[in-house]
Design a protein around this ligand. Sequence first.
Ligand SMILES: [Zn+2]
Ligand SMILES: [Zn+2]
Length: 305
Amino acid sequence: MKTTEPVIPIKSSSEPPHVIAPDATTIFAARAQRFDQLAAGHSLGDWLRFLAAITRAQHEALQALPTPALPDATQLARSREHRMPPLPAQSWPRDPAWHASLRQIAAAIAGAAPQAARLDLARLGGFDAGRIEALAERVLHTELYGEDAALLPYVAAALQVLWTASAARLGGSQIAALDVPGVCPCCGFLPVASVVRGGGEVGNLRYLHCALCNTEWNLVRVKCSSCDATEGISYRHLETDSVKAAGAVRAETCEACKSYLKIVYAEKDAVDPVADDLATLALDILVDEAGYSRSGPNLLLVPGG
Ligand SMILES: [Zn+2]
Ligand SMILES: [Zn+2]
């Protein structure tokens, strides 16, 4: 039996956007503030404050980055036609300017870094461009383990700057929804978490948040972002004071594929999916012990580190 294409109505301007590009002028500065806020009274406060320093350095590096080159109109049209991300993490020819961002971030955080991190940064500073690119390949292919894994968050921080600047310049309206709803429609990378925002234009809609380029895209609620299942979805959270302070963060678990991803409810606080995720590592431990594995990475975290 032949089916016809569904008629897609033209969206009215009041309809919330499917894809929201990051704001290059505020994304990292706001995240740094959130890390500082979450660090107060937290058992991992020193580490969260160091992450605030890294994120503040990302903000400075992004402002200093030369305007990134984008795919031309033909390439963008082809991406839309084939429903492919226009800035694919694994194959987009990345501007070597990100190496300068990495050096800038490393220099900015050296003073705030704990001893072990200072040694890591010094070692990273001795790497030539080829070795740095090899680390970038591991980040972009989510191979976040093995030798030198402790160096990967710094490399990832600089790659986030390049991809975020590029995604911001491209803008959400240039990007079509993909057939695979669980990967970023801008860069094809995995989400770090999802966010439900309380008010305004996107009231109570759930958006997945890209771990690499900070683009957000809409996904209906109560649906597994990894396997599309809508049954067997449940939510787990911690009942502790530190989590209350961290805002409402839950783990959305899926019985079909045994994966989970956190969902951050932004009802009152100015939450941030990356920062709120790292302030609730106890929830990862709980869900991991219950037999679920995480479906998207947080690139500022060294797994097992
Ligand atoms: Zn992305
Ligand atoms: Zn699933």
